[in-house]
Write a protein that binds this ligand. Structure first.
Ligand code: HEM
Length: 195
């Protein structure tokens, strides 16, 4: 499937968000191209791999992000954690958790926000992925992590971007986002899959 380009849209909010989108656009496109998430979700083995890969991604980053962002009430970080949801999804698909020792560690609030940008943005793509899976005859068993907020998705995304937009120093956020996209690719790559 040809990449869907979220970054073609106008940013509409802050310069910080625009920088994050522009700095990671090629990584997002490469991730879509190289990981074939939608195609793999259509077979039981591929689905186990993909859910395990997303579990590794979230389990690897969330605790490090929490060190810097757990106390930020505007973010409500604990409600954004998805590792527990992914553990339940792993149980549904019969997959098992992988080691997370190679995750990038956020060295400050800016890097943590950049990493969280990647995790939160994946929920936007998650809606699109679920729809594509249904259109191609698949079901949604074990894919609740792709729709963590239901109807509140847009509200949660805007609240996150508002926090990003108030951040004075953009460079650390960009560094965190780029590191998190690289880690996402290593978690979701087919050759990294353990089932
Ligand atoms: C086949 C897989 C994927 C597809 C089809 C996809 C598609 C999309 C789409 C359509 C959007 C824009 C949604 C909107 O503006 O309402 C989006 C946004 C985003 N996605 Fe993906 N995505 C995929 C995988 C991922 C993954 C695995 C990650 C990260 C782990 C990710 C990170 C992001 C981010 C950070 C954004 C926000 C971009 C912005 O700032 O506007 N995506 N994705």
């Amino acid at each position: 499937m040809s990449p869907i380009r979220p970054n073609d849209k106008p940013a509409g909010d802050s310069g910080a968000h625009r920088r994050l989108r522009e700095a990671t656009q090629s990584q997002h496109e490469a991730l879509e191209r190289r990981t074939d998430v939608i195609g793999r979700l259509l077979t039981p083995r591929g689905r186990r791999e993909v859910v395990a890969g997303f579990h590794r991604l979230h389990a690897g980053l969330e605790d490090g992000i929490a060190v810097w962002l757990a106390g930020d009430h505007a973010l409500d970080f604990d409600a954004r954690r998805r590792t527990v949801l992914l553990e339940a999804d792993l149980g549904v698909v019969g997959g098992r958790a992988q080691a997370v020792s190679d995750a990038p560690i956020a060295n400050g609030r800016g890097e943590a926000l950049g990493q969280l940008y990647v995790l939160e943005g994946s929920a936007l793509g998650g809606k699109v992925i679920r729809k594509a899976v249904l259109q191609q005859g698949g079901d949604l068993a074990g894919l609740s992590f792709l729709d963590p907020y239901g109807d509140a998705l847009a509200v949660r995304w805007r609240a996150f971007l508002a926090v990003v937009g108030r951040e004075a120093d953009i460079d650390p956020m960009v560094a965190g986002a780029r590191a998190a996209f690289a880690y996402a690719e290593s978690c979701l790559a087919q050759e990294a899959a353990v089932v």
